[in-house]
Design a protein around this ligand. Structure first.
Ligand code: SAM
Ligand code: SF4
Length: 435
């Protein structure tokens, strides 16, 4: 039986936006009673709403190469997967992929790559970032790539990335050793300290993650929370985002099944408890999860989602190259936008913060001071209006414009007046408006 008075205390602490200790999070993850789980879900929704409002930021991954010198047991890109069609995109191919994504309406990309210096060096990644910013209407580029030394992280910082993402996969050292038998990724500590090197290089928006399914989830969440606190203590700021990838089937993987399968209900609890534990950190949900579950998870504290994703280099152009893992949500961006609106959320293509130097501790201080919600809501309205103007079908336009009107009425009179003026500018053809 759960200790109900402790449960109440922990929920009250979370609702006070104080965050949770690793032990408190573990306590909530062990709650089995559906009624109490519902209270956790409700609290997660409320906390997300308090800090970020009802916006949901959209992005798409862009895979640059599927070459990899590592042999992660769970991944389709592992070097011993001899069946995989290997590919590193050329400059022209990257341009084509970006064009396809921008024509769908995306403004925010996550560059993803296998680890192979013969295919991709830090300078080529920096050059790619530069080219994308200069030739396409992409306004924020995040990167998920192997951890590097401080000098290389500086190159990435100078290239103008938003968030640098690095998933520890598992915090359990022995499991880590088994899952990553060879290659640079076999060094647990090099990966664990990757965030510190990124911070040292001036990248103060970092994104963490666990690959759920590799080890016991409560152990993993406790370790992740401790990792967040360590970063906070050392650098004055914890992670900007946490991703929640759950292991998927991958052709060529040597794991037929996740050793510690996380079922849908526990996964929902994990997402909600993370929102309670690190209230100001963004939570990113990918297309690894199926549509029906994603539609539920967006009510549990998720703040960013990917849409229309492909996990192979050249995937958007339908090139026949090997994918990293199977995705579960194959809906196109516009269909996901529609279901998000119907669920009561405001789709956002906002990329304002890092362009306004609201990163790292500056961002967190604004979030803690209650300032970010207003900016997020305004920028979501502006970028969604731009999306509707440029990319939506007439049906989606009607649905979207109703949502805009509804959310406008929720703004303070002062903010509403400001946003209405900017919306007029968007109608006249202006774009990329933000506060
Ligand atoms: N190669 C770099 C690395 O491993 O850090 C860059 C990122 S890798 C391409 C992106 C992430 O995909 C990994 O960190 C891992 O968590 C996830 N991943 C790999 N195989 C997966 C699978 N079968 N199902 C779900 N996610 C997977
Ligand atoms: Fe390579 Fe990353 Fe896949 Fe491991 S997870 S095999 S490092 S691409």
């Amino acid at each position: 039986m759960i200790d109900k008075s402790r449960f109440k205390e922990v929920i009250a602490k979370a609702l006070g936006l104080e965050g949770l200790t690793a032990d408190e999070a573990a306590f909530l993850l062990q709650v089995k009673e559906p009624g109490l789980q519902d209270e956790i879900f409700k609290a997660a929704k409320e906390i997300k709403q308090k800090i970020y409002g009802n916006r949901l930021v959209f992005f798409a991954p862009l895979y640059l190469t599927n070459n990899c010198v590592n042999d992660c047991l769970y991944c389709g890109f592992r070097r011993s997967n001899l069946e995989l069609k290997r590919k590193t995109l050329s400059e022209a191919e990257i341009k084509t992929e970006v064009k396809i994504l921008t024509e769908q309406g995306h403004k925010r990309l996550l560059l993803v790559a296998g680890e192979d210096l013969a295919s991709l060096t830090i300078n080529s990644v920096a050059k790619t970032i530069d080219q994308i910013y200069n030739t396409a209407d992409i306004r924020r580029i995040n990167v998920n790539a192997a951890p590097m030394n401080v000098e290389d992280f500086r190159v990435l910082k100078t290239a103008g990335i938003g968030t640098y993402q690095l998933f520890q996969e598992t915090y359990h050292r022995q499991t880590y050793g088994k899952m990553h038998p060879v290659g640079p990724k076999s060094d647990y500590d090099w990966r664990l300290l990757g965030m510190d090197r990124a911070m040292e290089a001036g990248i103060d928006d970092v994104g963490m993650g666990i690959l759920f399914g590799l080890y016991e989830p409560i152990y993993e969440i406790k370790a992740l929370i401790k990792h967040c606190r360590q970063l906070e203590e050392k650098w004055g700021v914890g992670p900007h985002t946490i991703s929640v990838p759950r292991m998927r089937r991958a052709s060529g993987s040597s794991l037929l099944k996740a050793p510690y399968e996380v079922d849908d209900n526990l996964f929902k609890l994990i997402v909600a408890v993370l929102r309670l534990a690190v209230p100001y950190t963004g939570i990113i949900l990918s297309t690894r999860e199926k549509p029906e579950l994603r539609d539920e998870l967006i009510h549990l504290g998720v703040s960013q989602i990917s849409a229309g994703s492909k996990t192979s280099p050249g995937g958007y152009e339908n090139k026949d190259t090997g994918e990293q893992f199977e995705i579960s949500d194959n809906r196109i961006l516009s269909d996901i936008i529609r279901s998000v609106v119907e669920a009561g959320y405001l789709p956002s293509f906002c990329t304002a913060c890092y362009r306004q130097e609201r990163t790292g501790k500056t961002f967190m201080d604004l979030a803690k001071g209650g300032i970010i919600k207003g900016k997020c809501s305004t920028n979501a309205l502006l970028t969604f209006a731009e999306y509707l103007r440029d990319f939506a079908s007439s049906e989606l336009k009607t649905i979207g414009e109703q949502k805009l009107q509804q959310d406008l009425s929720g703004l303070s009179p002062q903010d509403r007046k400001k946003v209405l003026t900017l919306l007029e500018d968007i109608k006249k053809g202006k774009g990329d408006m933000f506060v």
